[in-house]
Design a protein around this ligand. Structure first.
Ligand SMILES: O=C(O)CCC(=O)C(=O)O
Length: 255
């Protein structure tokens, strides 16, 4: 992978500034002074979550490392949210990966009665004029959790509520260098681990240009539709993303 380019930080852009700074929805940016102003930002922490809806049962991946999950056995299990939070925050020196609760829809039947009423408090700005609706997803994970290079078929605004995450992003123009595979129509992933990859099997990856964003609590990242991303939790992390659905769903294809 080539030396990354840092993603630009923009202070609370209005609509025109957003369109400009993202080069008309073709570049990621980090936005400051939006999420930290939400009333829910201070309230939505691990203690409150445990207290208010710790008894909810959630489905988690058995491993918080997507290489294990996508290219291994891909097992899931159910656990009470407060048990899960206890696990991911306990000191650990074991080699075994923690579980991961990522991509949980706010409307999931096991948690909707707690999360659905909170939806209006996550005041994501409306930057995409063709937005039909925004779908909120919750991600809570332990330090070291990582999501492999994948893309999504919608624009994504991802709000960091607690902890720090690192995103490595690759433009769709870099696809050939990432050796992506189709797992299903909406899930394309790369077997390349940017930090440790086999140079003989994936020779083009060394030419891949990445963009890096380390986002802290209170910041918001915009990931344009189909931009590939690799995500690592640098600390115990809570994030809430909004997937922006438009009238015309699009699907990635390598052709
Ligand atoms: O935080 C993660 O683990 C992955 C986030 C992600 O892939 C997304 O928001 O699309």
């Amino acid at each position: 992978m080539k030396q990354f380019i840092e993603v630009k930080r923009v202070n609370n852009p209005n609509f025109e500034e957003f369109v400009n700074e993202t080069n008309n929805y073709t570049k990621p940016i980090i936005m400051t002074n939006i999420v930290n102003k939400w009333s829910v930002f201070k309230m939505f922490n691990l203690e409150t979550i445990k207290l208010k809806f710790g008894s909810a049962k959630v489905t988690v991946r058995e491993s918080d490392d997507e290489f294990d999950y996508f290219f291994g056995e891909g097992r899931k299990k159910e656990i009470m949210l407060n048990e899960y939070i206890k696990l991911i925050t306990a000191p650990s020196n074991s080699e075994t990966r923690l579980p991961y609760m990522g991509n949980l829809p706010f409307d999931h039947p096991n948690i909707a009665k707690y999360l659905s009423p909170l939806k209006p408090l996550f005041k994501f700005p409306k930057y995409i004029p063709s937005q039909k609706y925004g779908e909120l997803r919750l991600w809570i994970g332990g330090k070291g959790q990582r999501s492999t290079i994948h893309n999504d078929n919608y624009h994504n605004l991802n709000a960091q509520i607690h902890g720090k995450k690192e995103f490595l992003l690759f433009s769709p123009d870099e696809t050939e260098k990432l050796y992506v595979k189709e797992l299903n129509q909406t899930c394309w992933v790369s077997p390349v681990d940017p930090l440790n990859y086999d140079r003989e099997t994936y020779p083009l990856f060394k030419e891949a240009q990445s963009f890096r964003a380390i986002i802290s609590a209170g910041e918001l990242i915009y990931i344009p539709v189909f931009w590939w991303h690799y995500v690592t939790a640098l600390e115990t992390s809570i994030s809430v993303s909004m997937f922006i659905h438009t009238d015309q769903p699009q699907f990635w294809s390598n052709n």
